[in-house]
Write a protein that binds this ligand. Structure first.
Ligand SMILES: Nc1ncnc2c1ncn2[C@@H]1O[C@H](COP(=O)(O)OP(=O)(O)OP(=O)(O)O)[C@@H](O)[C@H]1O
Ligand SMILES: [Mg+2]
Length: 300
């Protein structure tokens, strides 16, 4: 099982489990006022990438990538195969050292303590159907290898697991062997595994790959709810932006080693993507879907 949250933190009830989360999107004036500390926090982006460049195997994979993510925002990292989406997520996790630029969390360069506020669901995770682990065991493992795991009495640990399972809608198969679950069910369990360590920022690498339309919509709805109701920032990579159009606050479109970020309608234009790809592309909007079509008629 891949670690969901590197580093450590002091044991406390997760913000998103306490029911007293930060102000959600769409909050009204009748909501309690934010404290000065909250206002200060909301004026600093949770995540900033400044001029990130990455060289791998002697090749420049990414150049001058800059964008920011604020608390409770849903950001899609979109781009074709090999564009550098996974590489970008690994830079944010501190697993790849950039050749230039910097990553800031809450205005500070990455260090072990602020890395603990990042949860991660990796792209490739092959689960052996014979692995004798129940879904609830996998979620519970999210507390191990994390300082949150220490000092939790087993009753409290059980409660945290139940809440995490409930939050992703996986309670009904909590006792099933994880290897026997469907792709969509496994994906929910993995999100719960990453969430239990109370990340402020949740990175998911292609969580929609191999899911059918219904599972895809369900996972996106779960993640959208985490941003709105619990103020968690979600950064999700995908090659198709369409399943995310209803929840995405910001798109980071990666192509040709570079990235453009902003509101989807501003970034995903024929002129903008032609500039990014370095050759002509058309952006076609039809029946509420966005298609990016290369001049040689291959679509991304
Ligand atoms: N360790 C490495 N050494 C050399 N090149 C690498 C390494 N890791 C990735 N690359 C290259 O960097 C580029 C970006 O890879 P990355 O995995 O980030 O793409 P991606 O956008 O996640 O693609 P996919 O949609 O297929 O997951 C690719 O050309 C890949 O071959
Ligand atoms: Mg990838």
């Amino acid at each position: 099982m891949a670690p969901s949250s590197p580093g450590g933190a002091t044991p406390r009830t997760p913000r998103w489990l306490s029911g007293a989360g930060p102000m959600a999107k769409g909050a009204t004036v009748s909501d309690p006022p934010q404290s000065a500390e909250d206002l200060q926090a909301s004026s600093t982006p949770l995540l900033e990438l400044e001029g990130i460049g990455v060289r791998l195997g002697g090749r420049q994979v990414l150049s001058d990538v800059s964008f920011e993510v604020r608390q409770g925002e849903f950001t899609g990292i979109i781009g074709p195969n090999g564009a550098g989406k996974t590489t970008l997520l690994r830079v944010i996790l501190g697993l790849i050292e950039p050749s230039g630029g910097q990553v800031l969390i809450d205005g500070e360069p990455l260090h072990n303590k602020n890395k603990a506020s990042i949860g991660y669901v990796p792209q490739k995770l092959v689960i052996d159907p014979d692995m004798p682990l129940r879904a609830r065991d996998v979620v519970s493992l999210g507390l191990d290898g994390h300082k949150l795991g220490f000092g939790f009495p087993s009753r409290q640990r059980r409660e945290l697991v139940e809440r995490a399972l409930a939050d992703v809608g996986a309670t009904s198969y909590a006792d099933a062997r994880v290897g026997e679950l469907s792709g969509g069910e496994q994906q929910r369990v993995l999100v719960a595994h990453a969430l239990i360590s109370q990340p402020k920022l949740l990175l998911l690498d292609e969580p929609l790959a191999n899911l059918d339309l219904r599972s895809e919509q369900e996972i996106v709805a779960v993640l959208g709810r985490l941003t709105r109701e619990h103020g968690i920032s979600v950064l999700l990579s995908a090659h198709d932006m369409n399943p995310l159009l209803g929840v995405m606050d910001r798109i980071v479109y990666v192509a040709n080693g570079r990235a453009a970020s902003g509101a989807t309608d501003e970034v995903v234009t024929s002129a903008g993507l032609t500039e990014l790809y370095g050759h002509h592309v058309d952006v076609v909007r039809v029946h509420g879907r966005v298609l990016v079509v290369a001049s040689e008629s291959s679509s991304f």
